[in-house]
Write a protein that binds this ligand. Sequence first.
Ligand code: SF4
Length: 353
Amino acid sequence: MDLLDSLVAKGLAGEQPTRDEALAVLASGDDELLDVVAAAGRLPRHYFGRRVKLNYLVNLKSGLCPEDCSYCSQRLGSKAEILKYTWLKPEQAAEAARAGVAGGAKRVCLVASGRGPTDRDVERVADTIAAIKEADERVEICACLGLLSDGQADRLREAGVHAYNHNLNTSENTYGDICSTHDFADRVDTVQQAQSAGLSACSGLIAGMGESDADLVDVVFALRELNPDSVPVNFLIPFEGTPLAKEWNLTPQRCLRILAMVRFVFPDVEVRIAGGREVHLRTLQPLALHLANSIFLGDYLTSEGQAGQADLDMIADAGFTVEGADEATLPRDRAEAAVVRRRGAGTDLPPNA
Ligand code: SF4
């Protein structure tokens, strides 16, 4: 397939696919699926080897959100049966983080429901980071606290946050269909604030919300403009009690095509399979390891993930290895660019940047 040869060549050269090429990957048929996976899989193998980075999610605060994101079980008025609690104490969060790190996680993602943190919330998170780092200084911390206000990203960086996650989720055109309490521009602004403060940007999407192929390509290209260091790909879990409860739109094959398209657009960036991995990829999860180089270990957010050991077994069975705390995630060129963004030009690259 000429298209795939061209996409691989572009990816190895660090070039972008065109919009039509990205759409063609999504439109490819089941007969071509293994060819698509094999082609896209050459890119992470080139840039990341056979390493899989493990991330562990600690939910600092769950439910009771005033926003109305229609995909979210924690939204205003959600009837979904999830745990609802306000902030975990730093020691509780550190204990949860320890379990993930012991299971092989390199990055701990500290997540809190809500529109965005107050300055007091940011200080709570700072205390939590101190408790986690006391046990293991090398743990990479990502914060996911919602929309940021002035100065908060700087404070988080000072507290030891490495990355900030804030997803664009869907295309600008359809954003108003999934949320009325904030808009696409608000999300872009928070990602840019995090980057300006020197944090590594983690920003991705949710597939399966009824969007078109063009919407998916739009959001992935919008993400590309933001130049994140990691891109989580979520597959919608249609929670009962949310407006999208009936949106079961994904097949395992479709998920693989989406991951392949994202990989062609982000050849040398951490692409992470996030929410909905088990529910939607099901028995094809090992194939997805050829496309993404990062997954969440075990349980995440408000849904049950596979038990951590099952993930570790799958990685080993598929011939991959877990990325160690001292191994670099990003290829050197990209890591250097990220460090320059974080610390200014002329800064040496640390061994595990
Ligand atoms: S702001 Fe976050 S926690 Fe609140 S409804 Fe939206 S996605 Fe859910």
